[in-house]
Write a protein that binds this ligand. Structure first.
Ligand code: NAI
Length: 223
């Protein structure tokens, strides 16, 4: 595989879309798909599909196209979803509860091991089978859980110290829901989820007439 660090973010986003499309066709025959078919399903050209996949090697077979199982395996490997990831959630308010209650993360390889909060009224309660632990136990539990992902679902003003505590405890990546830019060491991965930014992007797209699936697949939406 060529240097993954240099892969454009819209390409990486499209890999997830390719995988989702292939998974949605999981029971269909034949078990092959051409770049034209895959592109057409997502509003992309076949050249775009081939260019995206070429970043990672040669998966296609002349005259056959891509073999489903082979391409899904490769895409999962590239995206890092061919293995399971242990995660913890800090903040068991509206967002934290919604994440912990979402039943499909585990099926996608993301296993929530522990949930933390500071509020004595919340600590000790159970969300979707997870007891909420006091945040003082974060360091010990992250280590015991072998958690590599920390989800930050606390108010903005405490998001940085919570992120620092997670990183010190050993997580390698943060999913940040707080509306604040977190500072992390270069070896820590971070992805922020911000509904407001997404809504602003949507308003911008409506205003500019950037409509339809093509604009989405081309990475015009938020990263
Ligand atoms: P919330 O107030 O319902 O929940 C926050 C929880 O964090 C509370 O249970 C609180 O006790 C806990 N908490 C506070 N300090 C803590 C600490 N030091 N350690 C552990 N837990 C602590 O808030 P909500 O609505 O769940 O929002 C959470 C965060 O997500 C906020 O930063 C909010 O601005 C943001 N947010 C993000 C959205 C998005 O699209 N990403 C949408 C809405 C909110």
């Amino acid at each position: 595989m060529k240097g993954r660090a240099k892969i454009p973010r819209p390409t990486v986003k499209r890999l997830s879309l390719y995988l989702r499309e292939l998974e949605s066709r999981a029971v269909r025959q034949p078990r092959t798909i051409s770049s034209r078919q895959l592109g057409a399903a997502l509003g992309l050209t076949d050249a775009q599909v081939r260019k995206d996949l070429a970043h990672f090697g040669q998966f296609g077979h002349p005259g056959i196209g891509y073999r489903f199982d082979e391409l899904m395996t490769e895409l999962r490997r590239i995206l890092g979803t061919d293995r399971s990831w242990n995660a913890v959630v800090v903040g068991a308010g509206n967002i934290g509860r919604a994440v912990v209650s979402y039943g499909r993360l585990e099926g996608k390889g993301f296993c929530i091991k522990s949930v933390f909060d500071v509020d004595p009224a919340i600590v000790g309660t159970t969300i979707n089978g997870h007891v909420v632990h006091p945040v003082d136990e974060l360091t010990d539990r992250v280590s015991a859980d072998e958690a590599e992902i920390g989800m930050v679902a606390v108010p903005a003003e405490v998001a940085q110290p919570v992120a620092d505590a997670l990183v010190d405890a050993g997580v390698r990546g943060l999913l940040n829901f707080a509306p604040v830019r977190l500072r992390v060491a270069p070896d820590v991965a971070i992805v922020s989820v911000d509904l407001t930014v997404s809504l602003e992007q949507l308003a911008y797209k409506i205003a500019l007439g950037l409509t339809g699936e093509t604009a989405e697949a081309n990475g015009d939406a938020h990263q």
